[in-house]
Structure formats: C-alpha cells, structure tokens
Design a protein around this ligand. Sequence first.
Ligand code: TXA
Ligand code: MG
Length: 330
Amino acid sequence: MTEIIDIREEHSWAVARGCQVLTEAEPVAMPTETVYGLAADATNPAAIARIYEIKGRPQFNPLIAHMSDFAMAERYARFDPVSRILAKMFWPGPLTLILPLAENSEIHPLCTAGLDTVGVRVPKGFAGELIEAFGRPLAAPSANTSGRVSPTSAEHVAADLGEKIRLILDGGASDVGVESTIIKVEGDVIRLLRPGGLAVEDIENRIGHAVLRQDTAGAAIEAPGMLASHYAPAAAVRLNAQVVLPGEIFVNFGSQPVADTDNAIALFDLSSTGSLREAAANLFAIMKMADQLPARGIAFAPIPRHGLGEAINDRLARAAAPRPEVSDAT
Ligand code: TXA
Ligand code: MG
C-alpha cells in the first residue's frame, strides 16, 4: 500500500517519515512549488536507479539535484558570478541552474547522466525543509511515468505511479503548475534551456541582461530530456484553435470567442480572466481531466507568448508534437 501523508496536517511526521524512506534508498513523492517530484538521495546510486525504474525513464536523461539553500548548493556545484547572482535573486523558486560539478562533488553520475555539469535548484516551501532535514541533495524529476504530463497534485501522483512508490507527501495543488525554468550561463551568455515557472522577462528585468532563447534543435542536444513529444496526453492535441470540431474538448484562455461550441463534448478555460499565472497552475490538471473524457481530440485556444505564456506554449507544442512509440499508454 502506498502511504500518503498530508503535510498540512502532519507536518513534522511528514518530514520524519520522508527522511526514513529516503534513508532506505526508496524514492518519495514530494510537493514542490512547480510540480510534484519523485525524490531520492542524489548521492546514492541505488536510490537514483529506483527513480529511473519507477518512471521508466531513459537513462541518458539527467536529473535536477534539489538543495535546501545556496550554502548546500555551493558544496556540490561551482558558481560563476552571474549564476551566483541569479541564485541569490530567485532562490528559493522555480529556477534551475546548470553548473559545473564542484571538485569532489558527491552528486552521483547516475544523477548527472555522466555529465560534468549538474542541474541545481532550491525549491520553495516543504521540499526545502525535507532536504534540510535529510541533509543531502535530492535528485527529483517530475513524479510521473516518463512521457506523461507532470503531476500537480498528490492525486495525480497516486493515479499514475500508485503502488510503485512507498510514500506520497501531499501538499495540495502546486502553486506554479509548470516545471522550473532552466538556465545555463556560459561566459557572457545566459542561455534558456527550458522555459518554465519563472518568466524570462522577470529574469531580464531584474538583471538588466538579455536571455538567449535556444532553437529546439539546440535544446534537444543540451538538455537530453527535452524530447520533442514529452508532455503528452493520450488524445491528439490541436493548437491555436478558434473553432471546435465535432467530438473535441475545447480549452479556452481568457474567455475568447469560439465558433461551433455545440460540437464540443466539454469546454474548459485555463483562466477565464486571462491570467497566465492561473493558466500555468491549471494547465496539467486540465490536460489530465480532458484526457479522461472520450474525445476525438483536445483543442487549445491561442495563448499569449509573454511571461508564463512562454512555458505554457512550450508544453502545448510538445503535447501536440508527433509521438514516439509510447511504452505504456494505459
Ligand atoms: O520544476 C522542476 O524542475 C521539476 C521539479 C520536481 O523540481 N523537475 C523537473 O525535472 O522538471 P525533470 O527531470 O522532469 O526535468 C529536468 C530537465 C530535463 O530536461 C534534463 O534533461 C535537464 O533538466 N537537465 C538536468 N540536468 C542537466 C544538465 N546537467 N545539463 C543539461 N540539462 C539538464
Ligand atoms: Mg518531467
């Protein structure tokens, strides 16, 4: 039986039990402000191997090492001056920095997929406390079967991974709802490897320096996990739709006018008031809900590309991309 502990009701027990299970080299599903993570000791190969096993994830895909604070991060990774400034500005928060491993870093090569760099992030809230109590960094991809939509609630995790995991720490719905923004600083260049929960404009405005967006081909080499089709619901996805085709689910944004709504088997709105923040928080839950209906496809209205709209459009483009063979589509 999978044990579920509500961190809002049993906070200290959740931390203590989480540490116990992590010490036994078993992954724990934990809430972060972005999405739920499947966390394991980033210094223990047996524990990390369990993550890959549970997710059915290709081994060449490196994992983010989550730290309790900047001081812990500095023990495992080397900070150039710009990365240091970004860390101080935006941690804890939805920003992952790709950094060279520190000398004698104990992050295991299974976590970095053998690279000499490591993705580092300091999550906000409960996850940070769990890591501090555990005393070592936690490798944590999103807590879903590889290729599926990331979970933004404990219920999503239970429905997807269920009996494969020992412990789910339930912190309610994720605040941000899309994964962290991934940045790599190379000399004078600040490169965006994955748009995410921290808007690129927020970074640019705070540091007064442009962030270089990468083309998709470059991103595929740099962040091997960024397979074209990644955040995939089972139903076919159609983007920038303004009319509903027969049998479709229609997902609107900001109450835009839509033609032929009679054709829809269901209508959703990511944010009827047109808030990109709210839309990001609702995105994966609505995809999952839509996926459970017998639809011929899911159509999404156009969504602005600024702010968190960049991450939302990125995830939707991946959801709509041609699918590789799905190993387990049930
Ligand atoms: O918000 C998030 O980032 C969530 C929560 C749980 O923290 N985690 C998450 O992890 O989205 P995951 O494993 O689904 O995505 C991590 C991404 C992958 O695309 C991977 O290729 C990239 O980070 N990555 C990790 N380490 C890297 C490295 N050293 N160099 C380049 N890319 C790296
Ligand atoms: Mg993921």
